[in-house]
Design a protein around this ligand. Sequence first.
Ligand code: 13P
Length: 247
Amino acid sequence: MRTPIIAGNWKMNKTIEEAIHIVNEIKNSLIEDVETVVCVPFTSLKEVKKELAGTKLKLGAQNMHWEESGAFTGEISPLMLKEIGVDYVIIGHSERRQYFNETDETVNKKIKAALKHNIIPIVCVGETLEQREANMENEIVKAQIVKAFEDIEAEEMANIVVAYEPIWAIGTGKTATKEEANDMISFIRKTIMDKYDKEISDKIRIQYGGSVKPSNISEIMEQSDIDGALVGGASLKPDEFIKLISF
Ligand code: 13P
């Protein structure tokens, strides 16, 4: 039985003050047996962590570097996130791949660094519209998965979450159909089974992301292989996010 996981990816939104307000709106509306995570900007992590004390709401960052320290101007290291008490970190979001030259190789390094520091990586994969129109989506996502998990040991896979986010569905209002999302997520599970084994692929949690909102969360969560959602826009509005976690 996989525990559902709903994570909000706030992206580059909200000041510290606004972040505190949002988490206070949602922290008392958590649902038993649904793991809930807020991935807030770096600047709000520490203050939000304080607000979450005594609640089951988990804290996530949206990126990190793979080195523990060094001459990497503008970067944040796993040690720094660990010090704050971050539980999760989003790795390889398509916006980072697209705008900040994140590659499968850096994704792989970051996953290894997160695992080393006991931060659970939420590893994002997904195809562009052009790739889907050319029927290449399986090939693309399979390559992303295989490269992301290069040299990752079987026993470490239990500490990883995957998020399938078709790029054409992010922030566009255009959601993948529940069948498209479930088909790809089953395919990701099979790819993981082929690399590891069935026990691991049955256990790993795989989220869907891309225009998830209160009106479509139920049908997404009803799918056999989908274990949760990574939510952008709708996670910024407390009332919508509460509806999402109570799917
Ligand atoms: P939206 O929910 O705004 O489409 O964003 C999805 C996303 O990128 C979450 O990481």
